[in-house]
Design a protein around this ligand. Structure first.
Ligand SMILES: C[S@@+](CC[C@H](N)C(=O)[O-])C[C@H]1O[C@@H](n2cnc3c(N)ncnc32)[C@H](O)[C@@H]1O
Length: 261
């Protein structure tokens, strides 16, 4: 068991509570929910490109939050299931599915240990979970088992910790010239920092390090896509110039990994 896993109980509770507090306003933020068909289109392209070799349709969205990615999977014709441990997030996901008349299954559970049977899924996808995993080694081993032979894992994430000079300057300008959303109040910022200081990737989740852990868990044929410009371009229309520049200066990526047949 890694050192991080020793602190599991309280840290996990803290993470779940933090996201539950964010649930009410999560979808109001561009970068989370999608507000244009053109942005939806680039997300569809990203997912379809990486999942083009899936052998079947059964895909699990790990830490689905309000179900943004789960809905994209459903759009593309996958049999999509979302799992998250925050009931507040899941309530939003289920509400949206009802409004949009989608039959998507949302499960409450821990993405690091889903309790789903081995070899259940043709595909696994997760956006913005890996940076906050308590025990990524164990989680990746579990995800490997969850996939059927030939199954594909797609991780969409980034290093949100390491900040170059440009990003530091942009963040300063954003704080000075824009109004902070409730999600970025001082209290929420402190909670976020407290969580970040304890997780495995407290130094930031770099694609190379994630790739190494995936290899150690048994994954192969790993591709790191670090050009996320199509998505940045679309999100820029909603997030504004400063935030868009800040996002572009971050190390954001998609990683596809396969469980060999
Ligand atoms: C940044 S949000 C991302 C939500 C969604 N993946 C998206 O991209 O819109 C992080 C989500 O991960 C969930 N989460 C974090 N760790 C988790 C875990 N170990 N098991 C289940 N859910 C988890 C939180 O509850 C929250 O909904």
């Amino acid at each position: 068991m890694s050192d991080a896993a020793n602190t599991n109980l309280t840290l996990r509770d803290e993470i779940c509570e933090y996201w539950s507090m964010r649930a009410e306003t999560f979808d109001l933020q561009p970068g989370h929910e999608i507000f244009s068909n053109s942005e939806r289109g680039v997300w569809h392209e990203l997912i379809a490109r990486h999942f083009q070799k899936t052998k079947g349709n059964n895909v699990l969205d790990l830490a689905c939050g309000t179900g943004v990615i789960t809905h994209l999977l459903d759009d593309l014709g996958f049999e999509a299931t979302g799992i998250d441990w925050s009931e507040a997030m899941l309530a939003k996901a289920r509400e949206k599915a009802k409004i949009r008349k989608r039959s998507i299954t949302f499960l409450q559970g821990d993405a690091e240990e889903t309790r789903e049977p081995d070899e259940t899924y043709d595909g696994l996808i997760t956006r913005h979970l890996v940076w906050t995993l308590v025990d990524p080694q164990k989680a990746f081993q579990h995800w490997f088992k969850l996939l059927k032979p030939g199954g594909i894992l797609l991780i969409i994430d980034g290093d949100f910790v390491t900040k170059n000079i440009l990003e530091k300057a942009l963040n300063f300008a954003i704080r000075k010239f824009t109004t902070a959303s409730p999600a970025h109040s001082d209290v929420m910022r402190d909670r976020h920092q407290h969580i970040l200081s304890q997780v495995y990737f407290s130094h930031g989740a770099k694609a190379d390090e994630v790739k190494q852990l995936l290899t150690a868990a048994g994954f192969s044929d790993i591709e790191v896509q670090s050009d996320m410009s199509a998505i940045h371009r679309e999100q820029a229309k909603a997030v504004g110039f400063l935030k868009s520049l800040s996002r572009r200066s971050q190390h954001r990526y998609a990683i596809r990994a396969t469980k060999a047949e």
